[in-house]
Ligand binder design. Structure first.
Ligand code: MLT
Length: 403
């Protein structure tokens, strides 16, 4: 008789952002006249920039003409996109990454969830706490995490607490991990890492033979000089790091879907190139991001595209400053929001994260994300995103101030 993958039964019944969406829907249907301001999930609100839209339109027209029509995309992505990524995101920053070490995909969420498939089930993972839930949940699905305690802590996961005491930056774990998930600028805390601190992680991973999965989805929001945009800015990263990128947050592709993963050819485990395993996996399970979307992705790197997305990022970062300054003046303890579109705040009066979620929704009509949804060390914290419209963000802060 058929059996299910019972690792799925170990998961909480639904994903964090699905839980929030359900709660908001319930609130909305019993309060139809209340204007709700959504600063919960990190979903962009500004339309895609004109240069990118023009490229999309152009590519759609190509699909309508027999002479320019495209069928299946190359497994690893079109060269025009991989070349421009290698040039702009890596070579221009002094990072030694070649176009054929870049795998184009439909986004960093899928890649961050799928990448664990090329590693043995008995590898030990280390994650920050709080953490983007996809890293942990996908390892649960694979059967790599052991059993869960009531507070959601997994017996076989190494947690690296990120708290106000350590500036929300993880310390090297006491138990040796095999796979280390790092995300900087960080989701959910908005914290960053300096180049020398990241170098210490690279040295550590090379020393113990671990692999770092480095999620750089928010690198476009970096505004300070000493914050690395890529782990490959560090010496030795080619032999220990995989890097994930997204077009969602820098160019508004949350609904269009595009991302990429970098696996340097020097990254080997027991003499096996991880690049070959991921290429095999990609070729077998994936037919490539759509041509029209890859054309749109290439437009992100044109002079016009760069200028337009820079403006969008500045727009969101004005929201971030509005939230940071507004909450500080209202007496909240806040961090993040300088190199990241997320603001991490301590809940007032020792309220727990979900109690504050309910309070903010009911009293102010504002949706945020409870910190505990990202892990036990997120308890007592709350995340707001800068991805709303400026008008809504301003209104939300006025509402919070008048609570
Ligand atoms: C978040 O809100 O944490 C992100 O938007 C989720 C994602 O990018 O998948």
């Amino acid at each position: 008789m058929v059996k299910i993958n019972d690792n799925y039964l170990k998961l909480k019944s639904s994903y964090l952002f699905s839980d929030i969406a359900r709660k908001v829907k319930e609130f909305e249907s019993s309060n139809p006249d209340k204007k709700i301001i959504r600063l919960g999930i990190g979903d962009v609100t500004q339309p895609i920039a004109p240069a990118i839209i023009a490229a999309l339109h152009g590519a759609v027209d190509e699909m309508a003409d027999e002479a320019t029509f495209k069928g299946y995309a190359p497994d690893l992505g079109y060269e025009f996109l991989r070349n421009t990524i290698a040039e702009n995101d890596f070579k221009a920053r002094g990072c030694d990454i070649a176009a054929d070490e870049i795998f184009v995909s439909d986004g960093a969420k899928s890649d961050s969830g799928n990448i664990q498939e090329i590693f043995a089930v008995d590898n030990k993972i280390a994650v920050c706490d709080p953490v983007y839930p996809v890293y942990v949940d996908t390892n649960v699905m694979a059967g790599r995490t052991g059993t869960a305690r009531d507070d959601g802590v997994w017996s076989d996961v190494i947690y690296m607490p990120c708290s106000a005491e350590n500036g929300f930056a993880p310390e090297l774990p006491k138990t040796e991990p095999d796979l280390i998930y790092l995300c900087f600028p960080n989701n959910p805390t908005g914290a960053t890492i300096t180049k020398s601190a990241l170098q210490a992680w690279v040295d550590y991973a090379n020393k113990i033979g671990a692999v770092i999965i480095y999620d750089a989805a928010y690198e476009a929001y970096i505004s300070e000089n000493d914050v690395p945009h890529s782990i490959y800015e560090c010496d030795g990263a080619r032999t220990c790091a995989i890097e994930l990128h997204s077009f969602s947050k820098n160019a508004g592709f949350t609904g269009v879907r595009l991302g990429y993963t970098v696996i340097p050819k020097d990254l080997k485990v027991d003499g096996v190139m991880l690049h070959s395993l991921w290429a095999r996996r990609h070729g077998t399970k994936y037919n490539g991001a759509p041509y029209i979307v890859q054309k749109a992705g290439a437009a992100v790197y044109t002079d016009e595209g760069k200028a337009q997305i820079k403006e969008q990022i500045a727009y969101y970062m004005r929201n971030a400053s509005c939230i940071l300054d507004g909450l500080k003046s209202a007496g909240y303890t806040v961090s993040g929001g300088v190199n990241a579109p997320y603001i991490w705040l301590k809940t007032p009066d020792r309220m727990d994260s979900w109690a504050f979620f309910d309070y903010l929704l009911k009293e102010a009509g504002i949706v945020g994300t409870p910190g505990v949804g990202f892990g036990p060390h997120g308890e007592g914290y709350f995340r707001l995103t800068a991805f709303g419209s400026y008008e809504n963000t301003k209104e939300a802060i006025e509402r919070i101030k008048s609570l």
